[in-house]
Write a protein that binds this ligand. Structure first.
Ligand code: ADP
Ligand code: MG
Length: 153
């Protein structure tokens, strides 16, 4: 099952350096309203965490941002708003994501939720979630595609 369908493409962005990916995340954060979930997809090292750092910066968070690979979730508060940053690399099935309590974070109406490896839980993501796929085109270039979510089997 894939949550990426070419007809749902909203935008394609080419980043030529790490800072451009972070800046894109920061600009994108300004367009988000509470209750939005972002599912970030792509292999290791494609820039999911760099982009999330940008989201956090756009949100007003100045703390260091790293993948919460061991803790699964990191929560940030800024100006009365909540940002959840999840990393599902260690969560291999939707059942284990549910056992972890992921539904508390997905589409939480009072927060923005960013999920690295979000394509691991296609059936748990709400249909209004935004899917962002990262691909490495060269050591410093990333192709970042934004999609509306659509589950297809
Ligand atoms: N254009 C780019 N955008 C984002 N990261 C880049 C870019 N070019 C090189 N990089 C490097 O790729 C790596 C991305 O790491 P990270 O964001 O942790 O990946 P992921 O979370 O997808 O595993 C970093 O080491 C970063 O310096
Ligand atoms: Mg990461």
């Amino acid at each position: 099952m894939t949550i990426i369908k070419s007809e749902n493409l909203i935008e394609k962005f080419i980043s030529n350096q790490e800072y451009e990916t972070e800046k894109k995340g920061a600009c994108f954060a300004k367009t988000l309203t509470c209750g939005t979930t972002l599912a970030l997809c792509g292999e290791f090292g494609v820039g999911k965490t760099v982009f999330t750092r940008g989201i956090a910066r756009g949100f007003g968070v100045e703390l260091p941002i790293t993948s919460p690979s061991f803790t699964i979730i990191q929560e940030y508060e800024c100006a009365g708003k909540t940002l959840y940053h999840l990393d599902l690399y260690r969560i291999e099935t939707e059942d284990s994501a549910l056992a972890f309590g992921i539904d508390e974070f997905i589409n939480n109406k009072n927060a923005i939720t960013v999920i690295e490896w979000g394509d691991r839980i296609p059936n748990l993501l709400d249909s209004d979630c935004i899917v962002i796929n990262f691909e490495s085109a060269s050591p410093d270039q990333r192709v970042i595609r934004f999609y509306k979510k659509q589950v297809s089997k």
